[in-house]
Design a protein around this ligand. Structure first.
Ligand SMILES: [Zn+2]
Ligand SMILES: [Zn+2]
Length: 373
C-alpha cells in the first residue's frame, strides 16, 4: 500500500505550525484510540499512521528532511518508514504530548491493562554506545544512572521520623480530583497534594517531604545478539519510582552501534573487503578470512574477478534468538603490487609476452571497433 503524505494524514497543510501538528495528532489519537475502538483493525492502523506522521512532523530535523525528500528522506530514522510495531511503543514515545502521565489514562479512566498505570513512575531515557561485536553477539552492560530512590531517613514517607502524614483533605487521600469537562470527565492530579494523597505537616529534612532523593544507581542491562544501530530497549521497572506505592516507570535505552573497521552490516549479513593477489585470483587459492568468530578458510575459484562477491554461509549476524545466522559476504579486491622485485619483474614481463600473444587485449579492441561500425 502506498504511504500517505504525513500532512494529509494529520489533515494539515505544509506550513502548519508545531502547535497545529500537536493538536491534530491529539485529535486523531483520541478518535482512533484502541480503548474506544476495541478490536477495530482499521482504527488501530489509523492510530499508528497518525503516530508515525506525528513522530516525523513534530521533529524539526526530520520534518525538514521529509519536506525536502518525502518518505525516502526519513526512512530508517526512528519509526518512520517501518511504522510502529506496537501500541506500547506509541504510548512510550508520545505519552508526554498529552501533558504528563498519560492522557489515555486521564480520559479513559485508566484500566488500560498494565499499560501506564496511574501511579506508575515516569520513564527514563538513556543513550548507550556499544561496539560492533557486542551488537553481533549480545552483551551485558553495566550502566550508571541517576534516578530518585526512597529517602532512607524517612523510609520514603516524606514525614520527619517520629511524625505522621495525614490524608489530603481535598482529594481524600486518592491523589486525584475529577472535573466534568464537556463530554469527558477529566481526572487530574490533586492540586493540593500534587497527587501524593497526603499532607505532611512536619517534612523530613533530608528529602524535604518528597519521600525520595536523587541517587546514583548501577544496573545491568542485557543487550540481545544482533541488535541494530538505533534500537530502543525497554528495561521494565527501572525508571522513576511510582506514586503512592505504584510501580516504577520503565527505562528506555537507546543503543548506538559503533562502526567496525572491517565489517559492515547489511541486514543479517556482514560485508567485508579482502585483498587477493593476481595469481590467487587467476589460479585459485584457499585464503584465511577474518570472521566475527575469528577466522575461516575461503576458497577462491580459478578466474575469480575483481569485486566478485563470495558468500560464507552462517558467518553473519545472529537472528531469531541466536538459532540462525546471516552470511558473510566477501568482496574480492584484486591487488596490484606497488613495488616489484627484480624476479617479479622478470616473471611479469614473461607473462606479459604470453598475454600479448593470447591476444586478449587485441580482441577487446576488435569488439569495440565493431560497435562503431
Ligand atoms: Zn490531595
Ligand atoms: Zn525523607
Amino acid at each position: 500500500m502506498a504511504k500517505r503524505d504525513y500532512y494529509e494524514v494529520l489533515g494539515l497543510s505544509k506550513g502548519a505550525s508545531t502547535d497545529d501538528i500537536k493538536k491534530a495528532y491529539r485529535k486523531l489519537a483520541m478518535k482512533h484510540h484502541p480503548d474506544r475502538n476495541p478490536g477495530d483493525k482499521e482504527a488501530e492502523a489509523k492510530f499508528k499512521e497518525a503516530a508515525e506522521a506525528y513522530e516525523v512532523l513534530s521533529d524539526e530535523a526530520k520534518r525538514a528532511r521529509y519536506d525536502q525528500f518525502g518518505h525516502a528522506g526519513v526512512e530508517g530514522m526512528g519509526h518512520a518508514g517501518q511504522g510502529f510495531n506496537s501500541m506500547e511503543d506509541i504510548f512510550a514515545a508520545f505519552g508526554d504530548v498529552f501533558g504528563g502521565g498519560s492522557i489515555f489514562d486521564q480520559f479513559f479512566g485508566g484500566g488500560g491493562g498494565g499499560r501506564g498505570e496511574r501511579n506508575q513512575g515516569a520513564s527514563l531515557k538513556l543513550g548507550l554506545e556499544i561496539t560492533f561485536r557486542e551488537a553481533m553477539f549480545g552483551c551485558t552492560k553495566t550502566i550508571d544512572l541517576k534516578r530518585n530512590e526512597d529517602c532512607e531517613t524517612c523510609s520514603g514517607t516524606g514525614a520527619k521520623p517520629g511524625t505522621k502524614s495525614a490524608a489530603c483533605r481535598l482529594c481524600g487521600g486518592s491523589g486525584i480530583v475529577r472535573q466534568g469537562q464537556g463530554f469527558f470527565v477529566v481526572q487530574t492530579a490533586c492540586p493540593q497534594c500534587h497527587g501524593a494523597g497526603k499532607t505532611i505537616s512536619d517534612p523530613c529534612a533530608t528529602c524535604r517531604g518528597a519521600g525520595s532523593v536523587p541517587k546514583k544507581v548501577t544496573i545491568k542491562v542485557r543487550i540481545p545478539a544482533g541488535i541494530e544501530d538505533g534500537s530502543r530497549l525497554r528495561v521494565s521497572g527501572e525508571g522513576e519510582p511510582g506514586r503512592q506505592g505504584g510501580p516504577r516507570g520503565d527505562l528506555y535505552v537507546y543503543v548506538t552501534v559503533k562502526a567496525d573497521a572491517f565489517f559492515e552490516r547489511h541486514d543479517h549479513d556482514v560485508v567485508c573487503k579482502v585483498p587477493v593477489t593476481y595469481a590467487q585470483a587467476a589460479l585459485g587459492a584457499e585464503i584465511d578470512v577474518p570472521t566475527l568468530n575469528g577466522s575461516a578458510k575461503l576458497k577462491i575459484a580459478p578466474g575469480t574477478q575483481p569485486n566478485e562477491i563470495l558468500r560464507m554461509r552462517g558467518q553473519g549476524v545472529p537472528t531469531g534468538r541466536g538459532t540462525h545466522r546471516g552470511d558473510q559476504l566477501v568482496i574480492v579486491q584484486v591487488t596490484v603490487p606497488k613495488k616489484t622485485s627484480a624476479r617479479q619483474q622478470e616473471l611479469l614481463k614473461e607473462l606479459g609476452v604470453i598475454e600479448e600473444e593470447s591476444g586478449e587485449q587485441r580482441n577487446f579492441f576488435e569488439r569495440i571497433k565493431s560497435m562503431f561500425e
